[in-house]
Design a protein around this ligand. Structure first.
Ligand code: PMT
Length: 398
């Protein structure tokens, strides 16, 4: 996700320095090359060796360190960065940057960069609400510096309120978003995800193993690219990406109603949900009691949501999914044609490392004109981004 991206992580002194360790881990795991700059006071909380080991790069702290300057000088760090992150950022460093003070390695390098700068403040609540701090923050916002707002909670100083460093995950998400091209601004994308549940009685249902991971990754990826995202989701145990409009449903009929009601407002619909094809003909009011050795459950067909979208007079761009255990290409091609789709993502769900309830997937993308693209095994987050690259290309050529 962040492969080929060079990030400078600037760390200033505060109890939250330990959270920067986890942030660094998230950034490197996503493929970024990270260079760390620490102020002297940051080094009082966590030793530079921790950051050096995790980033596999020397930690910078002294402006006049001749060896470090010779190997990779502060101007070179500033020039080569795709993004600067300051986390945790003290009121002091934010004040210095806002006033153009460059008196150490960190502030000098930040001043010298043309890369976007993302600031994650952490401080006492009274400092955070101090009008002087506010003025500094407003000035930096006007100058296109980005901020990850701190959280509310019990602060290290004992006060309650805003000032707690945002979570490493929230800072990471904003960093990825800052580095993602905004090629879906102005679009509304609906993504469906997760399983449906078809109730048999008050305690039993028919469902499948969908975890929602594939659909939620698509929603997150679309959100990062600047689109408005509506996520229609069956019951899952993962959290929705922040900022998406979550519509929670249980059954296929509910999903059908919610999707069809919103279809006209959407330019693109991606159907990653694993919708039950059948539901019990009748839902019993009370729990079914154990009786004879056999029990026959009569099922009736659910509406095909994707086919109904495909038959709309003014239909959105449609990307369907095909979950197959055999005949992947022919079955996907049939679904693409019969449901009148623009493209279909076919995954072989018989593989242990792909399809339902795992973090990775491999897929084939098939298009209306017969073209196809093979996507090898990769994390669902990466596949989602790749699928969106193709959707953007197809949608803009439409
Ligand atoms: O959620 P995860 O654990 O991450 O797993 C991801 C996934 C395996 C669920 C996902 O990658 C996937 O394959 N989703 C589609 C599952 C499915 O229902 O496939 P299908 O071949 O049965 O259906 C074809 C298409 O029609 C799908 O886009 C489906 O959403 C849609 N459909 C199906 C039936 C129905 N009644 N209405 C529909 O809209």
């Amino acid at each position: 996700m962040l492969r080929d991206k060079r990030i400078v992580l600037c760390i200033t002194g505060g109890i939250a320095v330990y959270k920067a360790v986890e942030l660094l881990r998230l950034l490197t795991k996503a493929g970024a090359e990270v260079h760390v700059i620490m102020t002297r006071s940051a080094q009082e909380f966590v030793a530079p060796l921790t950051f050096q080991t995790l980033s596999m790069n020397p930690v910078h702290s002294e402006l006049f360190n001749l060896i470090a300057e010779q190997e990779i000088g502060h101007i070179s760090l500033a020039d080569r960065a795709d993004l600067f992150i300051i986390a945790p950022a003290t009121a002091n460093v934010i004040g210095k940057i806002a006033c153009g003070i460059a008196d150490d390695m960190l502030t000098t390098t930040v001043m010298a960069t043309k890369a976007p700068v993302l600031i994650a403040p952490a401080m006492n609540v009274n400092m955070y609400t101090n009008p002087i701090y506010r003025e500094n923050q407003d000035k930096l916002l006007r100058l296109n510096y980005m901020f990850v707002p701190p959280e509310k909670g019990t602060l290290a100083c004992g006060w309650e309120g805003e000032g707690k460093l945002a979570t490493p995950e929230a800072i990471f998400e904003m960093a990825v978003s800052a580095l993602t091209p905004k090629d879906l601004i102005g679009q509304t994308i609906m993504v469906t995800a997760g399983p449906t549940r078809e109730e048999i009685d008050p305690v039993r249902f028919i469902s499948n193993y969908s975890s929602g991971k594939m659909g939620y990754a698509l929603a997150r990826s679309a959100q990062r690219r600047g689109s408005r995202v509506i996520l229609v989701s069956g019951p899952v145990s993962i959290a929705a990406p922040s900022g998406v409009e979550l519509v929670q449903v249980e059954s296929a009929q509910e999903m059908h109603a919610q999707v069809m009601a919103r279809a006209a407002a959407c330019s693109i619909v991606i159907k990653a949900a694993a919708v039950a094809d059948y539901r019990p003909e009748e839902r019993k009011e009370g729990k079914i009691k154990k009786q004879s050795d056999e029990m026959i459950l009569r099922l009736v067909k659910n509406p095909d949501i994707l086919a109904d979208l495909g038959s709309l007079e003014h239909r959105p761009f449609l990307a369907g999914f095909a979950a197959e255990t055999g005949g992947l290409k022919s079955n996907a091609a049939k679904k693409l044609k019969e449901k009148n789709l623009d493209m279909i993502v076919a995954n072989d769900v018989s593989q242990a490392d792909a399809g339902f309830n795992v973090d990775t997937n491999r897929a084939w993308l098939f298009f209306r004109d017969g073209r196809s693209v093979e996507c090898p095994l990769m994390p669902k987050e990466e596949l989602a981004s790749l699928i969106l690259d193709h959707i953007v290309a197809e949608f803009s050529a439409r």
